[in-house]
Design a protein around this ligand. Sequence first.
Ligand SMILES: Nc1ncnc2c1ncn2[C@@H]1O[C@H](COP(=O)(O)OP(=O)(O)OP(=O)(O)O)[C@@H](O)[C@H]1O
Length: 241
Amino acid sequence: MFSFSNIRYGYTDKLSLNNINLSIKKNEFVCLLGPNGSGKSTLFKLLNGLIYPSDGQYTFNNQQINAHFFKNSVNAKKFHQQVGFVFQNSDVQLFNTTVYDEIAFGPRQMGFSESEVNKRVMDCLTLLNIKKLENRVPYHLSGGEKKLVAIASVLSLNPDVLVLDEPLTGLTAQAQENIISIMQGLHNSGKTIIMSTHNFTQIKDYVTRFIEFSENHTIALDAPAKLVLTNSELMAHLASM
Ligand SMILES: Nc1ncnc2c1ncn2[C@@H]1O[C@H](COP(=O)(O)OP(=O)(O)OP(=O)(O)O)[C@@H](O)[C@H]1O
């Protein structure tokens, strides 16, 4: 699905991603870990086509992803329908005046009929158990509610891949458990999930693969969960991140 080959990226002349080689297959549940500033959000921005590599090659389903690819509006639409991105800061993502319109925004942009839009919004409200928020102003919601609405606004396009940048940060333990169980359900239904977190302990039993970024913006560890969970030293190391 995703392939990164010798990727480097720098916002300035200092690299934020240094020689990243990575492939992600369909239906993996990948967890990115690493210290603050190691490059997790930068990788997500690249994955989602918000920035392009300074060096190296990025392909999605064997297609090169670069500025040229996104210049074609058909390509851009198709890509964003397949890959949904939940930002770290929900306030960046939510801009409509009601939760209903927020979730309807993507399907409307794609040109679906209002009855199809309504069906998708209702399905997402039900799936995330947020029907009661339907007419609320997203900006006025709690952090946990905003996160659920942000996830719903991405799920309404029914993407194959869900990329979530630190979805658990700042939430109560109960809200974190709720988000994890939603992601587990989506993974079981066949979706590919890629998320970053500093909460290794909460997520460790649900993901299929761990990728750890290092302070020097390289990949320090890339291992299946099965291997990590049988190695107490690795577990202790990742839990300390
Ligand atoms: N817009 C920007 N301009 C310049 N440098 C940036 C910008 N965004 C990020 N950086 C730098 O790029 C590096 C990687 O940052 P990034 O946000 O990807 O880290 P992260 O692993 O997601 O961190 P955190 O866990 O704190 O969210 C850091 O050194 C950061 O200071």
